[in-house]
Design a protein around this ligand. Structure first.
Ligand code: FAD
Length: 465
């Protein structure tokens, strides 16, 4: 007789495993199904965590090369790539062990294999050896995530043309690299390889790097990337990619001109596709659109008692979003009344150097929504703490509503921007005004003074520039 669970979650990324923890905490009998060897999903194994480990190596190398400026003599620092990869793998393994522990702690049953909805309240799991079992589920949460997308004219062979999965296994620092796509993933890898010594170019179809960020922040990043020696090509449409004797050649259209670039390898970072093809949607009333599943504010699909969260629904493809969504779904299953997610308050973070982070509306979006917009910009140079580490580049931009002075959006580029953003997230959640932000005493000397400076700039009386 099949075991009956209150909730069966398919997929153990930051959506699935965080939802499973919450379900366990709420006393729900919970199972989580994962087809990979280890729990953790894209985020832990092929995304957020391994990339940040390599970014840390790259940033540290940059600081070590500047060590003499800080009064430290270091002779000939060099990258030891195999050790950088070992450190990355160690961090990932530690994370996976942590999730195993959390599943046990919260009494979650882990089932290894490919999960597929097999009818009302049934999930069939096919293990690696082909054996099958069926779990009975009062509720099902689909959290199967996403995989790298590729363009038809840029076929990925994982040798010369890699994607974000295969580049995380590369055994050397390439002499040169072309990164195709300047979203968060592309900008992060361009930042890593530029810092560790690869001749780096980045190519983007849209007119700006990080095209969904505020236009002023994207411009600032482009300026800084160029200063770092990264060859930036925006507004460039790739036509073809060919293999050369020792690498790749990219032909692209830039306006009416045709340009070519050559490098040892190319990274295709052109977005991700949701994984919804082989999860048994055909056994439900759920129809996917371009692979994405539609849900309501409680993450319910059109099929009763089936929920969908994370990268497979048309909301921002971010780890913290997947986690927040799965917690709402689980709390709804448990009969609680969770607050629906306000997607306007989704924090966005890109860990290139310098980091970019934002929450709330861009200036353009705020205007489109009909606000009478007031903007304050403060340069990172206004903050002495940034000068101490030679990092006084970047800025903050605060977008607010002139009528009520409410903060609508905060956009930061600079050192530790992704950490500085937390204050802005709370500010927007509490609907505070720029005046309240400016009246909040910030410790000195801290990088967080940039938030204070930005609020004062919005009010027209910045102190330090
Ligand atoms: P996933 O993490 O993709 O997990 C889905 C899991 O489901 C996988 O383990 C998969 O094996 C499993 N699965 C799929 N189908 C089945 C099935 N039928 N049966 C059983 N198991 C199945 N986001 C951030 O917020 N911050 C970052 O810094 C960040 N950096 C990133 C860097 C890179 C290079 C990439 C690629 C992504 C990054 N992301 C980042 C995005 C983030 O990784 C995803 O948004 C997040 O992992 C989505 O979580 P998820 O739970 O929806 O799915």
């Amino acid at each position: 007789m099949a075991e009956t669970f209150d909730v069966v979650i398919i997929g153990s990324g930051p959506g699935g495993y965080v939802g499973a923890i919450r379900a366990g905490q709420l006393g729900l009998k919970t199972a989580i199904i994962e087809k990979d060897k280890r729990l953790g999903g894209t985020c832990l194994h092929r995304g957020c965590i391994p990339t940040k480990s390599l970014l840390w190596t790259a940033e540290l190398f940059h600081h070590v090369r500047e060590a003499a400026d800080f009064g430290i003599d270091v002779s000939s620092p060099a990258i030891n790539w195999p050790n950088a990869m070992k450190h990355k793998d160690k961090v990932v393994t530690k994370g996976a062990n942590g999730i195993d522990f959390l599943m046990k702690k919260n009494k979650v049953t882990v089932v290894k294999g490919h999960g597929r909805i097999a009818g009302k309240g049934k999930v069939e799991v096919t293990a690696e050896d082909g054996s099958k079992q069926v779990l009975e589920a009062k509720n099902i949460i689909i959290a199967t995530g996403s995989v790298p997308k590729s363009l038809p004219n840029v076929p990925v062979d994982h040798k010369r043309v890699l994607n974000s999965d295969s580049i995380l296994q590369i055994d050397r620092v390439p002499k040169s690299i072309i990164v195709l796509g300047a979203g968060a993933v592309g900008c992060e890898f361009a930042s890593v390889f530029n810092h560790v010594g690869s001749k780096t170019a980045i190519v983007e179809y849209m007119p700006a790097l990080l095209p969904i960020e505020d236009a002023d922040i994207s411009k600032e990043l482009e300026k800084i990337f160029k200063r770092r020696g990264i060859d930036v090509h925006t507004g460039s449409a790739v036509e073809k990619v060919e293999h050369t004797a020792d690498g790749v050649r990219v032909t692209m259209k830039v306006g009416n001109e045709t340009k070519t670039l050559e490098a040892e390898i190319l990274l295709s970072a052109v977005g991700r596709s949701p994984v919804t093809e082989d999860v048994g949607l055909d056994k439900t009333s759920i129809k996917s659109e371009r692979g994405y599943i539609k849900v309501d504010s409680m993450l319910r699909t059109s099929e009763p008692n089936v929920y969908a969260v994370g990268d497979i629904i048309p909301t921002p493809m971010l780890a913290h979003m997947a986690s927040a969504e799965c917690v709402v779904a689980v709390e709804h299953i448990a009969g609680k009344s969770p607050q629906p997610i306000n997607y306007d308050l989704t924090p966005s973070a890109t860990y290139c150097y310098p980091e970019v982070a934002s929450v709330g509306l861009t200036e353009k979006k705020a205007k489109e929504r009909g606000y009478d917009v007031k903007v304050g910009i403060a340069p990172m140079g206004a903050v002495t703490k940034a000068a101490i580490s030679n990092e006084a580049t970047g800025m903050i931009k605060i977008v607010s509503d002139r009528k009520y002075d409410e903060v609508l959006g905060v956009h930061i580029i600079g050192p530790h921007a992704t950490e500085l953003l937390a204050e802005a997230c709370v500010a927007l959640k509490l609907e505070i005004t720029t005046e309240e932000l400016a009246n909040t005493i910030h410790a000195h000397p801290t990088l967080s003074e940039i938030v204070h400076e930005g609020a004062e700039a919005t009010l027209g009386h910045p102190r330090h520039f």
